[in-house]
Ligand binder design. Structure first.
Ligand code: ADP
Length: 258
């Protein structure tokens, strides 16, 4: 009974206060649930590669193993360790974002030159999987970005295009500028994302049922980092996708103006 503790308050004020407290309590409960869900996901995701590492290390150390098999097991151990290491880097970056200790060092960049360098870097991976990669950027567009962070976010998107596409399809990286707004579009002809999954793909650890069962090696952190990074640049990201046809991720942010 609030009237005992706040005798000078009128009934309306008291009911308002009680409502605010209820809302706060609910928020707190929600936060606690989110935290515990987050911890459960982390534990699960970290445990998966560790299970492989432990299992194969155990077999590899046995004496009666052929060298060829041992090499194969060591290769798996190496790959899984890399996954684990990538995941820890992702988590570390997310923690920094959460604590607001994430520093963005923005500099002036000529966008098409910058994208061209990145294109050259990722092209071999696309060639290897026989996926065509196209860069469409002709305009003279200047932006203020943190080149390393921006590369990280573009690589996450391009890696997804690569991961979720089949050979003999095409991925394109295109740039458009309109009224001081820059759009970078990454379009693939891959598996696409169902309408049910679409609202959740930017959430931490969210992976669609399909990519879980196929185990394409992701952690479900990539897109959540992309979203945080583009927002840290004052921009945002949109997605359009059609299952079986492909997806387009669009980064939207401001052009640099003097
Ligand atoms: P993951 O590590 O699983 O790739 P992401 O956060 O990068 O995690 O993506 C979340 C989910 O969104 C993926 O598991 C996948 O199902 C879906 N997804 C992301 N990008 C694409 C894409 N280009 N084509 C199809 N599905 C995608």
């Amino acid at each position: 009974d609030f009237s005992v503790h706040f005798p000078k308050m009128g009934n309306d004020e008291l009911s308002e206060l009680s409502q605010s407290i209820t809302i706060l309590a609910n928020d707190l409960k929600h936060l606690k649930e989110e935290r515990s869900e987050f911890l459960a996901s982390i534990s699960h995701e970290l445990r998966t590669p560790l299970t492989y590492i432990k299992g194969y290390a155990d077999i590899a150390k046995r004496e009666n193993i052929a060298d060829k098999d041992r090499d194969h097991y060591l290769e798996i151990i190496f790959e899984e360790s890399e996954k684990l290491s990538d995941m820890i880097t992702d988590l570390f970056n997310l923690a920094k974002i959460d604590r607001n200790t994430f520093v963005i060092n923005r500099v002036n960049v000529q966008l098409c030159n910058y994208l061209h360098t990145l294109y050259e870097k990722v092209l071999p991976a696309f060639k290897e999987k026989k996926i065509e990669l196209e860069l469409n950027c002709r305009e003279n567009i200047n932006v203020r970005i943190d080149p390393m962070r921006f590369e990280q976010l573009l690589l996450n998107l391009l890696n997804n295009a690569l991961k979720y596409s089949e050979p003999y399809t095409k991925t394109s990286l295109s740039v458009k500028e309109e009224k001081g707004k820059v759009r970078i579009m990454i379009t693939d002809e891959g598996s696409g994302i169902s309408t049910e999954d679409l609202p959740f793909i930017f959430e931490r650890f969210y992976r669609t049922e399909k990519s879980r069962s196929r185990d394409s090696g992701g952690s479900g952190l990539g897109l959540s980092i992309v979203k945080e990074l583009i927002e840290a640049h004052g921009g945002n990201i949109e997605v359009a996708s059609e299952p079986g046809k492909g997806s387009t991720f669009t980064l939207i942010f401001k052009e640099m103006t003097e």
